[in-house]
Design a protein around this ligand. Structure first.
Ligand code: IMP
Ligand code: MG
Length: 190
């Protein structure tokens, strides 16, 4: 698979996001809400760089169904969300594609009465948005391709890649029980 972002580039991008957040929320208690499951790697890397009074919550949104790489109907599970009333919230997701997932989650969380809510994403796909807002923080703009790694999956595979890669067309079309490893390279060297 073709690497779009190396582990080193990801590390530098997350460093920069953390530096911005530390400046902008200086000393203010923050609740970071990660969107399951794609944000888990970013969440773990980001929160360890934030020396703020910090709480972490999770919310689950699922939009990809069956063999499709286009979104289906969105289901949200907020059972793992802590009380966000009168809190400052940062909603964190892996990727902003059409924007419908973040739009729905922002609406749901706003209804719970936070003091403020902003959104941050690792990746934003160019030319795909179908909503009329932008995430407050975008770490990388990427071309319109289906990407995996660093938390992003194709049918729950490849989340563990330490880099972000564009999914090969051959893989997008194979039997899902036979997803091949990402390539010949050992991830620790990629
Ligand atoms: P949106 O609602 O179209 O913005 O899609 C956002 C969600 O779709 C993300 O949280 C991802 O889980 C998933 N998604 C969108 N594009 C990709 C991709 O290229 N690779 C993996 N997941 C994706
Ligand atoms: Mg997701």
């Amino acid at each position: 698979m073709k690497q779009l972002l190396t582990a080193k580039e990801l590390e530098e991008g997350v460093d920069q996001l953390a530096a911005r957040l530390r400046r902008e929320y200086l000393g203010r208690p923050l609740t970071v809400v990660g969107v399951l499951t794609g944000s888990i790697v970013l969440l773990a890397d980001l929160i360890r760089r934030l020396d703020l009074p910090l709480r972490v919550g999770l919310i689950q949104a699922r939009s990809y169904r069956g063999a499709a790489t286009t979104p289906g109907e969105l289901t949200v599970n907020a059972d793992l969300l802590p009380d966000v009333k009168n809190r400052e919230v940062l909603l964190l997701d892996d990727i902003f594609d059409t924007g419908h997932t973040l739009e729905r989650l922002l609406t749901d969380i706003r209804a719970l009465g936070p003091i403020s809510i902003r959104s941050a994403v690792l990746l934003r796909k160019e030319g795909r948005s179908e909503v009329d807002f932008e995430p407050d923080y975008v770490v990388f703009e990427i071309p319109d391709a289906f990407v995996v790694g660093y938390g992003l999956d194709f049918h729950d595979a490849y989340r563990n890649l330490p880099y972000v890669a564009a999914l090969d067309d051959e893989i997008a079309n194979v039997d899902l029980d036979e997803l091949p490893p990402p390539g010949d390279c050992d991830p620790r060297d990629c």
